[in-house]
Design a protein around this ligand. Structure first.
Ligand SMILES: Nc1nc2c(c(=O)[nH]1)N[C@H]1C(S)=C(S)[C@@H](COP(=O)(O)O)O[C@H]1N2
Ligand SMILES: [Mo]
Length: 380
């Protein structure tokens, strides 16, 4: 005998694919992806927009920290897209539930779902477009993406709380005691879940190589490929866009302001003790690549200016306009022996696109703070 269908389910949605068990199966993976995305998003936000009280606490190690965290942020966000679509497809018959509001709990549930769906769609959409640096909206991406992330996190907690009884009933591999559902999973559910897993695998495999270089061969869909760019390293803001294509090297000066300020020509800078660091550029947009950098240690430049051991430093670029022409470094970063004012990349003089004549490279740092075309350091 067929189990009786609940009255709220219209006849068109008879299959098991729209039931609470399927919703739970997909929901826990979606929830996990959102949790990873949220956590790594917070890390990214606070590393890039360091609030005053954090500046001197943020660690410059591990060197690969930001690369891992931002790689996970973008990968979990991309994986969440097919998961969200599958989840919405699974639960959409509930949109037509009648009556629309049955109780206070039900009203709360529907409200949280509305915020949840809108927030999730907004975050994944704006995040995805940000990876291709396309901003077809009138607001600024970072503060809005950040604010809606909190809204989404709140709505998700509420949703989990409201749905807790159903989630609990359907969590296990088999759910004995749930009358609505027979113990065995039909091939329809298994096919759906396999299809969703395949979709997640496919979008992950074809994009994750932008940060996880051993998989770069499969990187056919990500906006960047780790190997395409001058000196085998992608370029975000080009010298042409920044107006720094033709730096007159005879006129170039590095000024270091501090208790004992000084000015160096490019030749004098090149004559200082050179050090090597192997560090990645890890762009907030998701691509990342490690490279071999040669240059003068920041700590040596600061000591020479008589900077105290807990000094921060402000870095100024030759670039005239642009959001990233200046940047500040906390104590840990400024005094990390791996932090360089780099003059060479992979053994060759920097190209204009990579920041000729001199650029910052520091460990565990978002790409946007790896300032190019550096002309001034200010001890703070
Ligand atoms: N002066 C300046 N430096 C900059 C930028 C910029 O716009 N202006 N962009 C940053 C960003 S977003 C990234 S990801 C890195 C990329 O470095 P690359 O182009 O050498 O790979 O440079 C950073 N340095
Ligand atoms: Mo970047």
């Amino acid at each position: 005998m067929k189990p009786r269908l609940p009255a709220v389910r219209p006849p068109a949605f008879r299959g098991r694919l729209h039931d609470a068990r399927t919703a739970t199966s997909i929901g826990r993976w979606l929830g996990a992806a959102i949790a990873v995305c949220f956590g790594t998003g917070l890390i990214s936000h606070y590393l890039q927009h360091q609030p005053g009280w954090l500046v001197d606490v943020l660690p410059s190690r591990p060197v690969w920290g930001y690369r891992l965290s931002q790689g996970l942020h973008v990968a979990s966000g991309i994986a969440a897209i097919p998961l969200l679509l599958a989840k919405l497809w699974t639960v959409y018959p509930r949109l037509f539930a009648w009556p629309p509001v049955r109780s206070v709990r039900h009203a709360l549930e529907r409200l949280s779902v509305a915020v949840l769906v809108a927030g999730a769609v907004f975050e994944l959409f704006t995040g995805l477009l940000n990876t291709v640096q396309w901003y077809p909206w009138p607001f600024s991406f970072v503060p809005v993406h950040f604010a809606v992330a909190w809204l989404l996190a709140g709505a998700l907690m509420l949703h989990i709380a409201v749905k807790y009884p159903e989630i609990k009933a359907h969590w296990g591999a088999r759910s004995p005691g749930t009358l609505e559902l027979p113990a065995a999973d039909g091939p329809d559910r298994r096919s759906l879940l396999t299809g969703v897993a395949a979709a997640v695998g496919a979008v992950t495999l074809t994009t994750v190589g932008q940060a996880l270089t051993p998989l770069k061969f499969f990187d056919v869909l990500a906006p960047r490929h780790p190997d395409y760019g001058a000196e085998g390293l992608p370029v975000n803001r080009s010298a042409r866009a920044a107006g720094t294509t033709h730096v007159d090297i005879a006129a170039y000066r590095l000024s270091v302001m501090g208790p004992r300020p000084y000015v160096l020509t490019f030749d004098e800078l090149s004559a200082l003790t050179q050090h090597e660091s192997v560090l990645p550029i890890a762009c907030v947009e998701g691509w990342s690549k490690s490279a071999h950098w040669t240059g003068v240690r920041m700590i040596d430049l600061l000591r020479r200016a008589g900077a105290p051991p807990d000094a921060r430093v402000r870095v100024v670029s030759l670039e005239q306009y642009g959001a990233y022409r200046t940047m500040e470094m906390g104590r840990d970063y400024a005094h990390d022996p791996l932090t360089l004012l780099a003059l060479k990349l992979n053994g060759q003089t920097l190209t204009a696109d990579h920041g000729y004549p001199a650029r910052i490279i520091a460990p565990n740092r978002p790409g946007v703070l790896q300032t190019k075309w550096v002309t001034r350091l200010e001890v703070m």
